[in-house]
Design a protein around this ligand. Sequence first.
Ligand SMILES: Cc1cc2nc3c(=O)[nH]c(=O)nc-3n(C[C@H](O)[C@H](O)[C@H](O)COP(=O)(O)OP(=O)(O)OC[C@H]3O[C@@H](n4cnc5c(N)ncnc54)[C@H](O)[C@@H]3O)c2cc1C
Length: 493
Amino acid sequence: MVSLRRRREARAPAAPDSLDAARRARELAALADGEAVDVLVVGGGIVGAWAALDAATRGLSVALVERGDLAQGTSRWSSKLAHGGLRYLAHGDVGVAWESARERAILMDVSAPHLIRPLPFLIPLGGPVGRAAGAKLHVGIHLGDALRAAAGTSRRRLPSARRVSAEEARRLAPGLSDRQLRGAILHWDAQVEDDARLVLAVARSAAAHGARILTYVSAERLRGDGATVRDVHGTAAADGAFELRARHVINATGVWAGELSGGAVRLRPSKGSHLLVPAAALGDPRAAVNAPLADDATRFVFAVPRPDGLVMIGITDEPFDGPIPDVPHVDAEEEAFLLSSIGRVLERTPTPADVVGRFAGLRPLLAGEATEDAATADLSRRHAVVEHDGVVTVVGGKLTTARRMAQDALDRIAARAGEDRPGACVTDRIRLAGADRPQGDLAAQLRFAVAHELALKPEDLLDRRTRLGLVPAWREQALEAAHEALAGAAQAT
Ligand SMILES: Cc1cc2nc3c(=O)[nH]c(=O)nc-3n(C[C@H](O)[C@H](O)[C@H](O)COP(=O)(O)OP(=O)(O)OC[C@H]3O[C@@H](n4cnc5c(N)ncnc54)[C@H](O)[C@@H]3O)c2cc1C
């Protein structure tokens, strides 16, 4: 069995960070032939990717298996915000708020400055937000500011919150209604350019430290010393199934974690839906706008401008029962709720005809933190590391805090090893792959994704390496280019 005795310093990357079909086939074949690893990570979302990077940079040998593509699950359906944890303060969850502020600082300053940018938010005052609610919001915003400073994020990175006049608010978001507008609170948070791309950057960084990143490999049964896995793309054994041997197994399958934990982990998934509308339909805002809900002025629907000329309107938070679908859908009721809620603070309420794209995801929230009939919006976004039958399951949390979740899971494994411990966590000091290299035009991006990012199908390119698939019309326009990029690579080999 592979020894866990390793140096405590992070090594420099020793392998290329390029992922392609040939590397996948080679590494998968070696594992199918019986090669064992120190750590098997199951799940290629943001948590699994960070777990692979954490383990590899502690000097452990790692395989990550993902039954679809990287970021196939919830990690591509997020609101793409690296939250400082403001809304957790409203729930009195200072621990989660502090962790969020700290992880946001690491993402912005160290790991992924190329994928994270500051984003101004406006909370209009007046109309739906009366003076009492406004005063309460001021207190929360200033506490959030104190956490920002304590976490080490400078004012140059994320300016302090301040009150602005109605005129300034409308300059930043011209679609705002001036009915009863007394001004606005302007505060700043961080926006992730693209969540799927963040997963990819973490996975490629793990690959650069030797992790085997194996997409389209499904884990069917987990044990403390490995898993039965199946190659669902090609075949590594006669029927694609083989026993993958590992000294430790991490279950990072998000909203599906309960299925693989044999009932040891109970989740209470909640569905969150978003709509995409052209920025022009909302007056081309330069700042995100928060609209308070009709029944609770401290909770909001937001309209967030994106770098691609769209505005994302979100988000719902409703308990989701029943089997977990691969792709959750936005229903008409949610769409009507989001449009009417944001319309409360706008000159013109957007209509279904403005909506050019929709997406929904399921939050992997932990059950047992509230009574069964409590709203999922009130469930904590805390994460948990749970051991069962020798397997370590890490679940809950957020895109923003996934690095910390992975660290906690690997610390649990390190604690098992006693004297023979792997090195300490170093992921809070690692710059992710791509942080020093800007992307080119679309065709180049697609070719790059085929050559280096393990894109094997047109949908990998359109739905996760780029996010063109979010708008059906864009998807259709780019489909041919995606086929060409894949065909070009096939001819070259
Ligand atoms: C609508 C919505 C908005 C959100 N917005 C934000 C936000 O703005 N900011 C923020 O910080 N957080 C946000 N979150 C939370 C965040 O997106 C999630 O907490 C996070 O993405 C979960 O990541 P994960 O890796 O645990 O799960 P996933 O991304 O779901 O990854 C799990 C992976 O496991 C794979 N898998 C499942 N079963 C198997 C198997 N048997 N074998 C192999 N692989 C398997 C799946 O295919 C999947 O890719 C949001 C969540 C939702 C739903």
